[in-house]
Design a binder for this molecule. Structure first.
Ligand SMILES: NC(=O)c1ccc[n+]([C@@H]2O[C@H](COP(=O)([O-])OP(=O)(O)OC[C@H]3O[C@@H](n4cnc5c(N)ncnc54)[C@H](O)[C@@H]3O)[C@@H](O)[C@H]2O)c1
Ligand SMILES: [Fe+2]
Length: 360
């Protein structure tokens, strides 16, 4: 049986931020990425909600920790907002989602993504870091009440962030399409998000702001797909390495994804081939389309200036070897391995890491 629901109301387009007024907030707490606090956007966004009282929580850092979410939750319990707004990338949204989840009073959460990457604005995931590990919290209650996808927030995106976050979108789509929880509805969102992201990422990276709304919507679609279907081994390894070495999440996915596609191919070749064809990578035989998919991802990764190996991303192979037992333990504990199309075993993790380690 396939079950599909989407709780989150979506407002999309240039100027969509004006929808904030509809929520009739009296007490607004805005969780803002510090970048938007400094440049005045957080204040401008808060004003649009026309609330009687406004407070800001702007201590968000990339890969938010459990301690930070606890600090934010304490702030919620003191201020008792009736509307919580998250403005930022996956890190700000995940922090706000955890705050809403753990707070004493129930609150509506509106997520406003400023990167086209995590899809967190519609997902039932929040990824928190504790010690050296990232822990995905997965619960339906984490889904925001609303998501505002406003292209006006994307005009200043730096190319490096477009590349990192963009590969997160591609990885969400690819992993959701072959995940064990995939169904016809998640397939539809995964295919369309992959097709759009693969087509427009180079233009967005090159500075064409007019394609950024499409990329933003593709990111949300990939979030819808994976929160229904699940993810896979690429995300499990990426969470483990991200918690340990603090390399951006999407950059790790970019390094790992082609190797994970190879590893899952004996089970999922025809599914990968379908995805390749829908993005215009020809090949009537599955083996040809699969090869084209892998080559297409490698080419795009180079074109977006992303590293090809973990060593190039600042993780020396010596550090990988030293931390291997902990990496394997955290990968095997990650909920994303449960929906990978083939059973994840220790030798597969070692094989993939060996393939992408690089020299240095
Ligand atoms: N909850 C989910 O479903 C989910 C899914 C995938 C990833 N994630 C998590 O999301 C996080 C990654 O999120 P992300 O890729 O959006 O990055 P991010 O939120 O960590 O932000 C990265 C950097 O970009 C800056 N930034 C954000 N928007 C900007 C803009 N418009 N212009 C200039 N700078 C901007 C931030 O200040 C920060 O320094 C990771 O912790 C990852 O684990 C969560
Ligand atoms: Fe991701």
């Amino acid at each position: 049986m396939e079950e599909f629901s989407l709780k989150t109301e979506i407002f999309a387009g240039a100027g969509a931020l004006s929808a904030l007024e509809k929520f009739g907030a009296k007490r607004l707490l805005l969780v803002a990425d510090p970048y938007f606090m400094k440049n005045g956007t957080a204040k401008r966004v808060a004003d649009l909600a026309k609330a009687e009282q406004v407070e800001f929580f702007d201590r968000v850092q990339p890969d938010p920790t459990v301690a930070l979410a606890a600090e934010g939750t304490a702030r919620m319990n003191e201020f008792r907002p009736d509307l919580l707004v998250a403005l930022g990338g996956g890190s700000a949204m995940d922090c706000a989602k955890a705050m809403a989840y753990f707070a004493q009073n129930s609150v509506r959460l509106v997520a406003i993504p400023t990167t086209s990457g995590s899809g967190s604005e519609v997902t039932n995931f929040a990824i928190l870091t504790h010690g050296k590990a990232k822990h995905p919290l997965v619960d339906e209650k984490l889904r925001p009440a609303a998501a505002i996808l406003d292209s006006d927030l994307l005009t200043q995106l730096p190319p490096g962030l477009i590349a990192d976050a963009g590969f997160d979108v591609l990885t969400h789509a690819v992993e959701a399409y072959v995940a064990t929880g995939a169904g016809m509805f998640s397939d539809m969102y995964a295919r369309e998000s992959f097709r759009i992201a693969y087509a427009v990422l180079p233009a967005s990276y090159a500075g064409k702001t007019e394609v950024r709304l499409r990329m933003h919507l593709a990111s949300t679609m990939a979030g819808i797909a994976f929160s229904q279907a699940g993810l896979g081994l690429c995300h499990a390894i990426s969470h483990s390495l991200g918690g340990m070495f603090h390399v951006p999440h999407g950059r790790l996915n970019a390094i790992l994804l082609p190797a994970v596609v190879d590893c899952n191919a004996h089970k999922s070749a025809s599914r990968y081939a379908e995805l390749a064809r829908c993005a215009g990578m020809a090949g009537s035989a599955d083996a040809v389309a699969l090869r084209n998919l892998k080559n297409g991802l490698l080419r795009l990764r180079r074109e977006l200036g992303l590293p090809q190996t973990l060593a190039q991303a600042g993780i020396p192979s010596r550090k990988l070897t030293e931390n291997m037992p902990m990496i394997i333990e955290t990968v095997l504990e990650d909920p994303c391995v449960e929906t990978n199309p083939i059973k994840v075993e220790e030798f597969l993790i070692r094989r993939i890491l060996g393939e992408v380690a690089g020299h240095g």
